[in-house]
Design a binder for this molecule. Sequence first.
Ligand SMILES: [Zn+2]
Ligand SMILES: [Zn+2]
Length: 286
Amino acid sequence: MKQSLINLLPPATVAAIWAFWGVAPAAWTQGPWAIIAVGLGTLAFVQLLELVFERHEGWRINGRELLTDVFYVAFGYGVIGFLSDTLVNGPLGELKEAWGIGTPWLAASPFLVQVLVVMFVFEFGQYWMHRAMHNWTPLWLTHAPHHHITQLNAMKGFIGNPIELFLISLGITALLDVNLNALFAAITAGGAIATYAHANVRADPPIWYGYFFTTIRNHSLHHTALSYEDTRCNYGNSVIFWDRVFGTYKEGESEVVGQDDRKRLSIKEQWLFPLRPWLEKRKTAA
Ligand SMILES: [Zn+2]
Ligand SMILES: [Zn+2]
């Protein structure tokens, strides 16, 4: 396939997802499994693309990486999804009812406007949360495991310490009046962009796409192994536009990713990472 067509894969995927939620028959989009099918289907599709249009040989998926990634995807969909729904989205929805907060203008807007508003509002919060994680040590200790991954693949966005995964799932979109299909379109399109932004796929989308949305170029630079200081740019998980607005956008890419000595962490090490300073102190004291 011609490189110029490969480069169109991310925008084409996003457009297909928006179109699915916007125009597919209700029988397809309704029901609790539709959003899971689109989410997991996109992940599987991009993971398969890695086999056909590889970006870097050093990032090639293997059994151990795949197993860890699948574990985290299941953990994200199951545990993290449950926690953010019960602890945050549910109560926010009740608060919205009790206080009579509403955004009826949004629900009355065209479908694509609703989708974009949800995506940009959610990513606005995500941007500041992610930036705070790179600026305050206690938060960094929860986020560092995501930066210790030594290669990028389709499912790598799901990898991290559970505390970080919970924090990064938080948002205020439950306060918005929005068409359910538009909400699902925003979630799954944002997921697709973040998936491509972590994937070992040789697709460099056109400038107009990369102006608003995160690409593998800019996100691989955020994962650079050069130094911790060099990772402090391109915070947008799927909407890089906020980096441009708030001055943290940096052009470039990185093939060598990881942190410190680039040692790959096990799941146990990822989960215990925030306790590291304390564990090390205890070790030297003993
Ligand atoms: Zn980061
Ligand atoms: Zn990442």
